[in-house]
Design a protein around this ligand. Structure first.
Ligand code: 13P
Length: 274
């Protein structure tokens, strides 16, 4: 089987966004992870602290920076948006695309701001695809997030939703570009809830992502693509998830805000039997 380097990525979401608190956290992560090898580590802080963290980490740091979103146009009258070139210029190498907190499941003609409704930003498979294409064109590595809601799972639609999200994201993308893309399976019902998907089920769904990539391209490409699990991953459940054959790392929310927890998860990924 293709050897895939594990990736542990922290999604800080809208947390640790002042320069002072972000600097404290990244410095702790950098120092605690100094002797960890065999795993790639990335942190995705809010946009506004990317420059500051880049100067803390320096140019050749083993810790990569990621952004939490990107717009697909390179410049123009798009108030509030940030392009792939701008991220690249800020020293970013990864970018989260299509996180469930940004996807809109039912259209956004009438945005609904109710907590947990998930339709305030209105990301769709089509916008995820444009963002993925734009990120690749600027040499950023997209971390494309997919996942089903509780309702979709209870209706037996999980596999179809995941396949459709993967196919939608990859529309028009060439085989050679797939090696730059990472997928993250994040069941929406397991994000920030403390509910983890069982490791068997997480592996099964990650296997569907892999099979979809194999069907769209070829088995070698599907076998090489990295797939992360995200959703309440913590130091005490990380090993069980990370040891699964189709899971190549984690996208960590809450636990990435505490350096010792985040680095313990990276250590768990680095300690997997080869
Ligand atoms: P939690 O780890 O807090 O459940 O968040 C997962 C996530 O959404 C990462 O992108």
């Amino acid at each position: 089987m293709t050897k895939r380097t594990p990736l542990i990525a922290g999604n800080w979401k809208m947390n640790k966004g002042t320069t002072a608190e972000a600097t404290v956290l990244i410095t702790e992560v950098r120092d605690k992870a100094a002797n960890v090898s065999g795993v790639e580590i990335a942190v995705c802080p809010p946009f506004t602290v990317l420059h500051a963290l880049k100067s803390v980490l320096g140019d050749n740091s083993p810790i990569a920076l990621g952004a939490q979103d990107v717009y697909w146009k390179s410049a123009g009258a798009y108030t509030g948006q940030v392009s792939a070139e701008m991220l690249s210029d800020a020293g970013v190498s990864f970018v989260l695309i299509g996180h469930s907190e940004r996807r809109g499941r039912f259209g956004v003609a009438e945005p609904d701001f109710t907590e947990g409704v998930l339709k305030y930003f209105g990301e769709t498979d089509a916008s995820v695809n444009r963002k993925t294409v734009a990120a690749l064109a600027s040499d950023l590595k997209p971390i494309v997030c997919v996942g089903e809601t509780l309702n979709e799972r209870e209706n037996g639609d999980t596999d179809g939703v995941i396949r459709a999200q993967v196919e939608g994201a990859l529309d028009g993308i060439f085989t050679a570009q797939i090696a730059q893309i990472v997928f993250a399976y994040e069941p929406v019902w397991a994000i920030g809830t403390g509910k983890t998907c069982s490791s068997d089920e997480a592996d099964r769904v990650c296997g569907i992502i892999r099979a979809t990539v194999s069907d769209l391209y070829d088995a070698e490409t599907g076998g090489a693509v990295r797939i992360l699990y995200g959703g309440s991953m913590k130091p005490d459940n990380a090993s069980e998830l990370l040891v699964q054959p189709n899971i190549d790392g984690g996208l960590i929310g809450g636990a990435s805000l505490k350096a010792s927890d985040f680095v313990s998860i990276a250590v768990a990924a680095a300690s997997l039997p080869s």
